[in-house]
Write a protein that binds this ligand. Structure first.
Ligand SMILES: [Zn+2]
Length: 319
């Protein structure tokens, strides 16, 4: 039998579910800016997994993934503890914005500090109450606005435990990604907690296929950690990508892509063009090698050098 789980000022008994609000700061109006958390504390001791969404306030599909995962987790049968955080950045969520009121990106503000700016305080609160109480984490994102991503997990694939965790998630692609300064993943990794970042779909949209893959992925990752009692069948074995590269607009103008997220491309293949507003002086965009399109721009208006296609390449890719 597990011990009661302490979070914020709540003690959660084993085999029960509790919702709390972690108070991050107050807005100038006096309105509290808090982080809602649902704790599902299993009867039996085990790993503590957090799943977080809307760290970037406009990347909302993780919210729906969290909801669907919670529907499928029975506290009576759970081994360990699930900390479900559907909205980390409530301000950005309401504003339909990636950022906080001071224009800061919360995912560049970790580990934060108790006496810093609003972003630093929220990051600090999240680390203290969620990361430090967890053994593993999954942070749910989408592409940034005006872009779309193929469903993928990003993790440090050179770390054996993180790699097994990423493969268990079973998204179509697992991408080796170095951690970014100030990101939640970097902060958690420094504390020795394996973290997956899931990326899929677009900001401000629910994409049913991305949500299905994300929900199934979280459940499979929980299964891998021994938190669930029934074995799930792996949805797919991910293609493991060690490298990826953004192709950029060769000129300013109007972008027309002839490929899209999920397509495989061959070396030298023309993937689109950028022309002037009359359709003249088109400059082609060519694939540098064999790969898979894992991200794309959705906005046709581009400046020279804008990122337009994200191509992952694989050592073991067939055909
Ligand atoms: Zn994001």
């Amino acid at each position: 039998m597990a011990e009661p789980f302490l979070i914020g000022d709540a003690w959660v008994p084993p085999g029960s579910v509790r919702e709390i609000e972690l108070l991050g700061a107050r807005l100038p109006t006096g309105t509290p800016l808090s982080i809602p958390v649902r704790i599902v504390h299993g009867k039996r001791e085990g790993p503590v997994l957090w799943i977080s969404a809307c760290l970037h306030g406009d990347e909302i599909s993780g919210l729906e993934i969290v909801r669907q995962v919670l529907q499928r987790v029975d506290p009576g049968r759970l081994r360990g503890t699930l900390l479900a955080v559907p909205i980390v950045n409530a301000y950005g969520f309401l504003q339909q914005s990636r950022y906080l009121p001071d224009g800061r990106d919360l995912n560049r503000s970790f580990p934060g500090s108790a006496r810093g700016s609003l972003a630093a305080r929220l990051a600090h609160l999240f680390v203290r109450e969620i990361v430090d109480r967890s053994t593993h984490g999954i942070d749910l994102h989408t592409a940034t606005r005006h872009r779309s991503n193929l469903a993928q997990v990003r993790a440090d694939l050179e770390d054996e435990e993180a790699r097994a965790f990423a493969e268990a998630f079973g998204a179509p692609v697992a991408l080796h990604a170095r951690t970014r300064d100030g990101s939640l993943r970097e902060s958690a990794a420094r504390r020795g907690k394996p973290v997956l970042v899931f990326e899929g779909g677009e900001a401000l949209r629910f994409d049913p296929e991305v949500i299905r893959i994300g929900t199934q992925g979280v459940l499979q990752a929980m299964d891998h950690l021994g938190m669930l009692q029934r074995k799930r069948r792996l949805q797919s074995t991910p293609l493991v990508a060690r490298r990826s590269e953004w192709l950029r607009a060769p000129r300013s103008g109007i972008l027309r892509l002839t490929t899209k997220v999920g397509a495989t491309v061959e070396s030298g293949q023309i993937l689109g063009e950028v022309s002037d507003p009359f359709g003249e002086n088109a400059a082609p965009i060519r694939a540098p090698g064999h790969g898979l399109v894992i991200g794309q721009a959705l906005l046709p208006t581009v400046h020279q050098g804008d990122a337009v296609l994200h191509i992952a390449s694989f050592d073991d890719m067939r055909g």
